[in-house]
Design a protein around this ligand. Structure first.
Ligand SMILES: Nc1ncnc2c1ncn2[C@@H]1O[C@H](COP(=O)(O)OP(=O)(O)OP(=O)(O)O)[C@@H](O)[C@H]1O
Ligand SMILES: [Mg+2]
Length: 380
């Protein structure tokens, strides 16, 4: 069996309420307890920056720099144990004079990476936060990001492809806004070709993962209900009806036809940036959006556990799971079931809570840290 994916050392510098903090951990799940405002979620957010994207709060690069610290500078560094052995991963921003940093720098084993998308090759990290409790009854963009993050754990190029798609789309929007549908036709055509190619690849990866994930969460598990999943989107639908090359051609044609409408709307009205993840509570025969808050949370946990199990079966190691206050709305049995599932997965889960007693059942199968005022102390 391959070594478990795990953080072994984490350093945060000028990150949120951490001036300079360092923690060394083993492969077991990590329990973080502390008062409100201690820095528990901040620490999970720091870990979430070891994967591509904007982290678990979707924050801007400037926002996470410590208030009162050197302006516009922060970093998170970690030693990760993964399939390829230990690797040093670092990320952050350094302000260049007065210019705010526009992109997050990434270093892997001391070498600058071309893009933060490279992080996907080293760490797969999924998370559940209290904000996600409303994932099923808020806008599609949150569900899409959730889905794309899951896909990115399986298809290492997914994040980069989504990035290329969005850049091409933004550039097309810009041209359409500036000069309307008659803007530089050749350049618009090239951008639409890029959107078609990357968009169809994105849609295909989503369909493939949702199909496999659906098979994993068709059964209930320890109080977490069975869920049926589907990805809903015009491009994903096309892929159900025709081969990828034909779908690419179809998307390109559609985008070309929509230039006037999109110029008027000020955005692209068609494409994979509008897709959605649909989820049904099988036992209730109800869309997730109509389920109770607790039921929605349980469904979400079911999906995350299914994703982790699928990942473990695929790659030999479960992802790192960041479970922020996950016990808060769970009754005692469900909390125990969640801990059992995490232990069965062999995942290095980082779990926060305000009350240490909530974690008593985990005994020495987990390691404990007390968080206070941006500092960490091991708890015996
Ligand atoms: N950029 C920043 N610079 C300095 N402090 C910050 C920054 N951003 C957030 N904070 C502070 O970090 C503190 C801890 O936040 P965090 O969300 O991690 O707490 P927590 O331990 O998760 O608390 P809770 O139990 O309430 O969820 C807050 O007091 C917040 O004001
Ligand atoms: Mg918190």
């Amino acid at each position: 069996m391959r070594p478990r994916l795990a953080v072994r050392r984490l350093t945060m510098t000028n990150f949120r309420n951490y001036g300079s903090a360092r923690v060394t951990v083993d492969e077991r799940p990590v329990l973080l307890t502390g008062a409100n405002g201690a820095g528990k979620t901040n620490l999970l957010e720091a870990l979430s920056f070891l994967a591509p994207g904007r982290g678990l709060r979707g924050a801007s690069l400037a926002e996470v720099a410590r208030r009162g610290g050197p302006p516009g500078t922060w970093s998170v560094a970690a030693t990760l144990n993964g399939a390829g052995g230990p690797v040093e991963v670092g990320t952050g921003i350094a302000s260049a004079g007065d210019e705010p940093a526009r992109r997050r720098a990434v270093r892997i084993d001391g070498t600058d990476a071309a893009s933060q998308a490279d992080l996907a090759h080293y760490a797969t990290i999924n998370w559940l936060t209290p904000e996600m409790d409303r994932l099923f009854d808020s806008g599609a963009s949150g569900r899409r990001r959730f889905l794309d993050r899951l896909v990115g754990g399986f298809d290492r190029d997914h994040a980069a492809r989504v990035g290329r798609y969005e850049r091409a789309m933004r550039e097309r929007n810009r041209i359409l806004k500036g000069s309307g549908p008659r803007g530089d036709a050749a350049w618009l055509g090239a951008l639409e070709t890029a959107m078609a190619e990357t968009g169809v690849a994105v849609a295909a990866a989503r369909r493939s993962l949702v199909g496999r994930l659906g098979a994993y969460c068709r059964e209930a598990m320890g109080g977490f209900p069975a869920a049926a999943l589907a990805v809903e989107g015009a491009v994903e639908e096309m892929l159900g009806e025709m081969p990828a090359l034909a779908a690419e051609e179809g998307v390109r044609e559609r985008l070309a036809t929509l230039r006037s409408a999109d110029a008027e709307a000020g955005r692209a009205t068609f494409g994979v940036h509008r897709s959605d993840l649909a989820c049904t509570h099988i036992a209730r025969d109800s869309p997730a959006s109509l389920c109770s808050t607790g039921e929605q949370k349980a469904l979400l946990i079911r999906i995350v556990l299914a994703g982790a199990a699928l990942h473990a079966d695929d790659s030999g190691s479960a992802p790192i799971l960041l479970l922020d206050e996950v016990g808060a709305h769970l009754d005692r049995d469900r909390r125990a079931a969640l801990f059992d599932a995490v232990l069965a997965l062999d995942s290095q889960a980082w779990i926060t809570g305000t009350e240490p007693e909530a974690f008593a059942a985990l005994g020495d199968r987990a390691q404990r840290f007390a968080v206070a005022d941006g500092a960490l102390a091991p708890v015996a």
